[in-house]
Design a protein around this ligand. Structure first.
Ligand SMILES: Nc1ncnc2c1ncn2[C@@H]1O[C@H](COP(=O)(O)OP(=O)(O)O)[C@@H](O)[C@H]1O
Ligand SMILES: [Mg+2]
Length: 291
């Protein structure tokens, strides 16, 4: 595939440089508390990532290995840098004029910040879904699904009907919209619109789906449907979900990262982070002492 070649064509030895801390139980001084997924599971490798807006440094020296086909939750109080972090993973951060970044985000052994990487193609491999469902309201359901693909490709050789159906099925929306593919996206309910946005993200065949508080604008029933969907989607995609809802993080993720004022305080197996946090700040946060 086009984007695959563009990002993959140089192999790199960087993959060895992110140290495996699995056996290090006392990692208090170097890096975050907790454990790290094994190197062979890596989908994204974040190293020494620092990001800022103007002179406000909002992420400090983050190291994190995000494992394939699992759900990684990013938690932490408002303003701690969760959105900035995920936006650094697909180079959306740099779209803000005052924004800057240093460090490495490795995808298939290649730094996505290399000059040769086309950010538009990168964003096809690392898609994003936002808090407020944002389908094109007057565009049909079907056109919404195809809209991401149209940005970079001619659809002449694509079986559009099959792609629309497959993407909507994967987003668990097909049965509800199969008879209204020509209706405007804006006619759907909030939860359906969010699944339409997920279908649009899936249609370009990404490897990674970033979701920035994907349920915050939804009611509990719509939220439960998205949570179930996230669990199904991880069979095919690597998922990074920002959530301010700790119960949700505990329900849907295998790995949890706790950010505080731009620092990655703790990263580890979700059960461990919620039942036996290793940093007292994590414990204070998950027990509701602040946040
Ligand atoms: N577009 C922007 N311009 C300037 N500062 C920003 C911008 N977006 C976020 N920030 C600042 O960056 C910090 C981290 O914000 P953000 O990543 O949105 O946190 P979170 O998602 O955890 O609430 C905050 O201090 C916020 O005010
Ligand atoms: Mg945010």
């Amino acid at each position: 595939m086009l984007q695959q070649e563009t990002i993959d064509d140089e192999s790199s030895t960087d993959a060895e440089t992110l140290t495996d801390q699995t056996s290090d139980d006392s990692s208090v001084s170097a890096g975050p508390a907790g454990t790290t997924p094994p190197a062979e599971d890596e989908m994204l490798g974040v190293e020494d990532l620092t990001a800022w807006f103007g002179d406000n440094e909002v992420l400090h020296d983050i190291d994190m290995r995000i494992p394939k086909n699992q759900v990684t939750a990013i938690i932490g109080p408002s303003g701690c840098g969760k959105s900035t972090f995920v936006r650094c993973l697909n180079r959306m951060h740099e779209q803000v004029s005052s924004a800057g970044i240093e460090g490495t985000v490795r995808l298939d052994g290649r730094n996505v910040y290399d000059k040769a990487v086309d950010p538009v193609l990168l964003r096809r491999r690392v898609g994003i879904v936002f808090q407020e469902p944002n389908p094109f309201p007057t565009m049909s359901v079907r056109e919404n699904v195809l809209s991401g693909l149209k940005l970079t490709h001619s659809l002449d050789d694509v079986d559009q009907d099959a792609l629309v159906e497959e993407s909507l099925r994967r987003a668990a929306l097909w049965d509800e919209v199969r008879d209204k593919l020509d209706a405007p996206g804006g006619d759907l309910s909030g939860g359906q619109q969010q699944r339409l946005c997920i279908a649009r993200a899936i249609a370009v065949e990404p490897d990674v789906l970033l979701m920035d508080e994907p349920c915050s604008a939804l009611d509990p029933i719509a939220t439960a449907r998205i949570e179930d969907l996230i669990d199904q989607l991880r069979e095919d995609y690597t998922i990074v979900v920002v959530t301010h809802n700790m119960q949700q993080a505990a329900r849907i993720s295998q790995w949890t990262a706790f950010l505080l004022m731009g620092e990655l305080v703790e990263f580890g197996d979700t059960d461990q982070v919620f039942t036996q946090p290793r940093d007292s700040r994590t414990e204070d946060y998950i027990t509701g002492k602040f946040g």
